[in-house]
Ligand binder design. Structure first.
Ligand code: TAP
Length: 515
């Protein structure tokens, strides 16, 4: 029996011993750079003709792994094989399934720095961000294991005389798991492990930018004792094989985290009944954000400015929860923008493999080009306070960029840029600030800095986001502490790392027996 869930502690890199552990791991993983990562379908390794290099975004000349790419035929086959595997996996005792997750968590904890090193190399994460990603993956394994044990037993019902009634949760079937690259370990592991521990089998199509981390996680699950046909590891281009996976008549549900555009497409396709399909597909979609921090007139301005900088530029702004809009009361607008600018200028940009780097590269050339367009447009839409520089000589580096005096309807203030670009918006008063904050298609995270109770209560009521923070940054949700997920076009209102999450991968069955 496991004890109560508690969050994995972060590594303290101010200690020389801890720094050495990660440095050693960063050196060690280099020995396996360039390794081949095959498809894994039904426990069988498959090396197709089509391969793709996974590269280091901080040094785009460096190949980290050579990754097999599934075509449409392999993708369809992976769903068939997952469907066959479901017949045995669904009968495994849920407590045993949970134990597989606890074992995987233990293995991951032991190899924490190795996985963090891969996150530095493949996703361009700084040490602290990589360590947080790994810790969150451990948390998801521990948390969803306990959730399965809680939910996969008969649930309480009202009793009536003369009948024995039982309500249990049973798994759904084959799930297509499509994670993003920005939390290549935590989100990918959380989405996969939650589906699997609930008794489903999955096809895991990792993000094309970060397949090595995913491949290594799948191996770890096998080391933990997961039967090899429960997760089909099917890397490949989402644009090419996504539709085949979603449309397949044996697909029962899709667990997707990524952009609004792709998420909406999946929702639409999954809604179409295919020949031979016998259920309504369920889609769990966690999508983008245009998250705001509101600064009130009488807030602690130093704390607010620090919170904005941490939320806007942590992992180069590539978090769905990142602050991309600072909405500031007119009375303190100049002071806050000056403070935010001064703090931003102190950030160190560079190779995330070096301890002390604050901001690493953005993920790939497509992201780099997209961000460049917004920076160019932003200079027309407002006043450049700092940043704007870009360099793709060695890696995809973008300076943390702040544009002030942006109109709340400008593209800089409406579109998810997913890079280190912050728009500062002046608000006439607190009510105006909340109205601006709510006026995008998204509703993921937000924060308010204020020292007045009535303002915080107003925001509690009116600020329409799934995760609202007061007097702290709007990033850094912890499993079990801050169940995470957004409103409106930020998703299907699910909450990862919360008590409602696992139930989405199950259905309730009631058996009533006349006595
Ligand atoms: P996307 O471009 O949407 O990609 C996400 C995943 O979808 C990738 O695995 C991608 O594969 C795949 N994909 C692409 N086209 C597809 C298609 N037609 N059918 C099926 N799958 C397809 O997002 P991203 O750039 O990886 O991630 C950033 C986005 O994720 C941001 O919008 C961010 O806000 C969001 N996000 C949201 C959350 C939550 S919890 N709400 C958390 C993290 C990130 P390829 O890589 O092969 O293209």
């Amino acid at each position: 029996m496991m004890g109560p869930f508690c969050n994995e502690p972060m590594t303290d890199f101010s200690l020389a011993d801890n720094r050495r552990l990660l440095e050693t791991a960063l050196d060690d993983i280099k020995k396996t750079y360039g390794q081949l990562y095959p498809l894994l379908i039904g426990g069988r390794e498959i090396v197709p003709e089509n391969m793709k290099h996974s590269i280091n975004p901080a040094r785009h000349g460096e190949t980290l792994g050579v990754v097999a790419q599934a075509d449409r035929k392999r993708a369809a086959e992976s769903v068939d094989i997952a469907a066959a595997a479901f017949e045995h996996w669904k009968r495994v005792d849920p407590a045993a399934r949970a134990r597989t997750l606890y074992k995987a968590a233990a293995l991951l904890r032991r190899r924490k720095h190795e996985f963090s090193a891969w996150l530095v190399a493949e996703a361009g994460k700084t040490w602290v961000e990589a360590d947080g990603d790994t810790a969150e993956a451990i948390d998801f394994l521990e948390y969803y294991g306990r959730e399965a044990e809680r939910l996969c037993v008969p649930q309480p019902l009202v009793r009536i005389p003369g009948e024995d009634n039982e309500w249990t949760y049973v798994p759904l079937g084959v799930g297509i798991v499509i994670p993003p690259w920005n939390f290549p370990l935590a989100i990918m592991a959380g989405m996969t492990a939650s589906a699997v521990v609930a008794g489903n089998t999955v096809v895991l199509k990792p993000a094309s930018a970060t397949p090595v981390v995913a491949a290594r996680f799948v191996r770890l699950m096998h080391e933990a004792g997961l039967p090899e046909d429960v997760i089909q590891f099917v890397p490949g281009s989402g644009g090419e094989i996504g539709d085949v996976l979603i449309d397949h008549p044996l697909t029962r549900f899709v667990s997707f985290t990524g952009s609004m555009e792709v998420g909406l497409r999946i929702v639409e396709r999954a809604a179409r009944l295919q020949p031979g399909q016998r259920w309504i597909k369920r889609v769990i979609a966690e999508l983008g954000g245009k998250d705001a921090i509101v600064v009130d007139r009488d807030a602690d301005l130093a704390a607010a400015s620090l919170g904005i900088v941490q939320s806007a530029f942590g992992y180069a702004g590539q978090k769905c929860s990142a602050c991309s809009r600072a909405i500031i009361h007119a009375d303190v607008y100049e002071e806050v923008t000056e403070r935010v600018t001064a703090l931003t200028k102190r950030l160190t940009i560079g190779d995330p493999a070096l301890h002390g780097t604050d901001v690493g590269p953005v993920i790939d050339r497509a992201a780099y080009n997209k961000i460049r367009q917004y920076v160019t447009a932003g200079k027309q839409q407002g006043r450049l306070l700092t940043g704007g520089g870009m360099d793709d000589g060695a890696g995809y580096f973008v300076e943390p960029t702040i544009i002030a005096d942006v109109d709340s309807q400008a593209s800089l203030a409406q579109d998810e840029i997913f890079g280190p670009v912050l728009a500062c918006i002046r608000a006439d008063d607190f009510g105006h600030a909340l109205a601006i904050a709510n006026d995008t298609p998204y509703g993921l995270t937000g924060a308010v800095y204020s020292n007045r109770r009535e303002r915080l209560e107003l925001a509690r009521d009116l600020f329409h986001v799934g995760n609202l923070y007061f007097n702290r940054k709007c990033t850094g949700a912890l499993v079990g502490v801050h169940p995470f997920g957004g409103f409106n076009l930020s998703g299907t209102d699910s909450k990862a790392g919360g008590p409602d999450y696992l139930i989405q991968f199950m259905q309730g069955k009631v058996v009533s027996e006349r006595m």
